[in-house]
Design a protein around this ligand. Structure first.
Ligand code: AMP
Length: 425
């Protein structure tokens, strides 16, 4: 098979690594990719926003399957435009990607199909949103409706914060994404990420993870794209997975089909697990990063077989097997992240640090005069497996400490909740 992978993060490096291991693969292209992905794939210069150009490339190179990593191109309709040219795609249509592209759309779907989630209101103007917030009180959660690069959510612990977040949405801080807001009830419990591969009809459970969104040890500091993750999530017991499938994922699949927008691709449910069971916080319509890195390390089966089955509507006849091991990723970021990261510093020792159950996935890296340099905020994902989360954690940090990059930083406590649970046993 000839495959084109779209994207350039740690998520796509992990996908490239796993796809490259498939006996079905004859050629892997990646656009735009990064130096790590370049070890697995031929990097091609393609304007991802120019869907006609991507389609021409696929036709010329006889690409059998396009795998779309990030949400941006999906929400922009790349899957529809490629399918219109008879090119097979793993990823949802524009209409199905509204599950990520519009929080209001998802909340309305939840209401219609009785999917457990936070109580909410949708508002298109500041005055009515403020009136609702003032009536409901804090803590309360304010969300820009559209894609806001992970910055559109404010968990407001008091009224002043909530009102300031509404002002920010409506004064254009998030562009068009903030023209509408969702105001939500504040949920408590333990968060978990749950993934399914979907083919329009069938959703196949595809693992769980927990991530660390805050910048600093102890889960404090500003929000980031994710400083680390581990899999599986201990709260996602077989019973909780079963409830999540029945109460959340399956009604969503039925609802999307009823709307004429059947969902195919990765359905990533952000969940809050409380005493009452799972509640949906949000959907994403692609893998998370770094969650994808831990999932790929644990996946026993051939990823390409599974992606084909999803693209062809064959998931009802497919199963998935996992290694009986935990996996854990520690992200190394460039100084300045999540503000303005410093670019260009040289990173040494990456190749030597990997091996023996440790993979180092590239995100924001580049090659400059033959040297590996930092070229983004989150730069590397050091990912290790182990018999327990604690063992995966020890191996990840041991590998990380062999990397010579004084301008990089990481958290030292990734996986702490799971490790504490293991020690309490
Ligand atoms: P989201 O982008 O919707 O995943 O929100 C980012 C983060 O905000 C989530 O991972 C949660 O930690 C938090 N969050 C979002 N919605 C709620 C909610 N209704 N109650 C409590 N926390 C929330």
């Amino acid at each position: 098979m000839r495959v084109l992978l779209i994207g350039s993060g740690g998520r796509e490096h992990a996908l490239a690594w796993k796809i490259a291991a498939s006996p079905l693969l004859t050629k892997l292209y990646a656009a735009p990719g990064n130096p790590g992905i370049g070890r697995e794939a031929e990097l091609v210069t393609l304007d991802i926003d120019d869907h006609a150009a991507v389609a021409r490339f696929c036709t010329e190179k006889k690409v059998d399957l396009v795998v779309v990593g990030p949400e941006g191109p999906l929400v922009a309709g790349i899957a529809d435009d490629l399918r219109a040219e008879n090119i097979r795609v793993f990823g949802p249509s524009k209409a199905a990607a509204r599950l990520e592209g519009s929080k209001g759309f998802t909340k309305d779907l939840c209401a219609k199909y009785a999917i457990p989630t936070a109580a909410y209101g949708r508002f298109g103007d500041l005055a009515s949103a403020k009136a609702y917030v003032e009536k409901t009180g804090a803590p309360i959660v304010i969300k820009a409706d559209g894609l806001a690069a992970g910055k559109g959510v404010t968990v407001a612990m008091n009224l002043a914060e909530a009102l300031a977040a509404l002002d920010a949405c409506f004064d254009g801080s998030f562009g068009q994404a903030g023209a509408e807001v969702v105001v939500e009830e504040f949920l408590t419990g333990e968060e978990a990420s749950f993934f399914c591969l979907c083919d329009g009809v069938t959703a196949l459970p595809f693992g769980s993870a927990q991530d660390h969104k805050r910048l600093s040890d102890g889960d404090v500091g500003p929000n980031t794209g994710g400083m680390g993750a581990y899999s599986p999530a201990p709260v996602m017991t077989p019973e909780m997975i079963d409830r999540t499938m029945r109460e959340i994922v399956e009604p969503t699949m039925r609802g999307m089909a009823d709307l004429g927008a059947p969902f195919s691709g990765v359905l990533f449910a952000g969940l809050m697990i409380s005493g009452e069971g799972p509640k949906l916080i949000e959907y994403n319509t692609r893998f998370g990063d770094p969650e994808c890195q831990v999932l790929m390390m644990r996946l026993k089966d051939d990823l390409l077989v599974l992606l084909n089955a999803a693209a062809d509507g064959q998931l009802a006849h497919t199963s998935v097997r996992w290694r009986n091991e935990a996996a854990l990723t520690v992200v190394i970021a460039a100084r300045g992240y999540p503000g303005t990261p410093e670019k260009g510093s040289v990173i040494r020792g990456v190749e030597q640090a990997a091996g023996d159950g440790v993979e180092i996935f590239h995100a924001g890296t580049a090659i400059d005069s033959g040297a590996l340099v930092a070229n983004g905020g989150r730069v590397l994902g050091v990912t290790a497996t182990g018999g327990t989360v604690g063992e995966a954690q020890r191996r990840a940090y041991a590998a990380l400490d062999r990397i010579d990059w004084p301008q990089g930083f990481c958290r030292r406590d990734i996986g702490w909740q799971a490790v504490a649970r293991e020690q309490a046993r």
